[in-house]
Design a protein around this ligand. Sequence first.
Ligand SMILES: [Zn+2]
Length: 75
Amino acid sequence: MSENRVVQGRMVTGRKLAELIEDDSVMEAEPIEDADRECPDCGGGVLKVGYMPSVTEFITGWKCQDCDWSETDRD
Ligand SMILES: [Zn+2]
């Protein structure tokens, strides 16, 4: 399965998806996965990606494919 997915009309890699969630650059990102949930804002499909914004941090982030909604497991 390709790791590239369409988000808000753009083809993105795991790294690009992580950067959209962080609104910043990230060091590393895993391949994109489908999250088993719907966007709370628009009901669209939600993608999941694990990434490292820095060497000491691992974050799991979720992002809607159709709107600006996203969240992370950051406390
Ligand atoms: Zn949405």
